[in-house]
Design a protein around this ligand. Sequence first.
Ligand SMILES: Cc1cc2nc3c(=O)[nH]c(=O)nc-3n(C[C@H](O)[C@H](O)[C@H](O)COP(=O)(O)O)c2cc1C
Ligand code: SF4
Ligand code: SF4
Length: 411
Amino acid sequence: MYKKKDLSIDFLGIHLDSPFVLSAAPPTDELEIAYNGLKAGWAGVILKTTSVEGNPVELKYPMMSSFGPMHKKVVGLGNIDLISAYHIDEVERRVKALKKAFPNKMIAASIMGATKEQWQTLVWRLKKAGADLIECSFSCPQGSMGEEPGKMLAQSVEATEKVTRWVKEAAGDTPVLIKITPQVTDIVEVAKAVKRGGADGITASNTVPSLLGIDIKTFEPYPNVFGKGAYSGLSGPAIKPLTLRTIAEIAKNVDIVISGNGGAFNWRDAVEFMAVGASNVQFCTLPMHYGFRTIRDLKDGLAHYLMDMGFNSPMDIVGKALPNIEPQEELPAPITKAEINEDKCIGCGLCYAACSDGGHLAIEWDSNKRRPHVNEDKCVGCAMCMQVCPVDAIRMKEKIDGQLHYFVEER
Ligand SMILES: Cc1cc2nc3c(=O)[nH]c(=O)nc-3n(C[C@H](O)[C@H](O)[C@H](O)COP(=O)(O)O)c2cc1C
Ligand code: SF4
Ligand code: SF4
């Protein structure tokens, strides 16, 4: 019998009724929409990034494009948005209004300044307005203001440490998250700079700079702004593996709280983010695509998972996968072979093509039966055939120290 699980966590001293919050983006850029998100059951909002009055924000439309292997299916969403067109005065009002309406939810705000005075003014004003947490955008793909013009602030270790110190100096006991970019040579150095600067945590991470596509008849890029285009920030499922790696790298090397963000699309993704070290998970593309009601599936899925696994709290998941992530040279060396389940096989031939032209000529094709057969003498166990099988008829068997293990990828 399914009993409702308590999904609440303590995140940097803030009570969250689940680990799932709305990230700084369009779902938190209008008071009414943010209100609806909290009402639908999200544990908190991070209001879209704001700056001081007068800092120009010139938005260009259309600002969105997407890509996917099937026409129009959103595997990745690209945007050329900037920070909010609402400045701090409006955001102060929203923090107060949301805090009043939802005293038990996390009301956080995201900021971007150009100078020390601007960063600190933003913090002081939001703190006074009652923000539970302040997130600093060091990673807008369209570039930062001030310190590193044209570049993302988090691409400079020095600037990251310096600005983090300014912000934390002003924030005092209000928790500060620094939102970084995965687009750096050494993410660990950036995370260490955040820690040295005194922030309470890291948001790992943001959209990834990208070019969404080119119209091959007009040679105009997407999103198409009257024939011209700019590099976009890529979000959604396409960036999930990058985010997983970013979170894991930080968690393995720096002792700091992590808020996972970038590509989570369902409760399983969220569990994966937490398993590699995130304490909570932020979402943007999921609610933008399917609406705020997605929180119900996230919470139900997590509750069932915790129960099935015998965990008491979502925090029991945090970091669970980290001991299993090792450098390639330290991995074990089993003898691995592909095994085909003939009962499941539908004879599509994809594994044969993959192994013939992208593997090791280890799959033979019986054209009478229209069925593949693995020649174990030739199979090196690369697992390419398993990736392409549309009906999961292939699994890998691994033998080490005389013991046989079977391995499938469950997603
Ligand atoms: C249209 C759009 C606007 C965004 N604006 C901001 C912003 O103002 N500040 C910020 O920190 N992140 C911004 N983001 C990034 C999201 O908060 C989030 O980090 C990113 O979309 C990755 O998460 P996801 O894959 O769950 O969407 C924006 C994302 C989108 C799609
Ligand atoms: S595991 Fe690799 S080598 Fe073996 S059958 Fe599959 S594709 Fe071929
Ligand atoms: S890819 Fe799968 S279904 Fe297709 S032939 Fe190979 S084993 Fe059969």
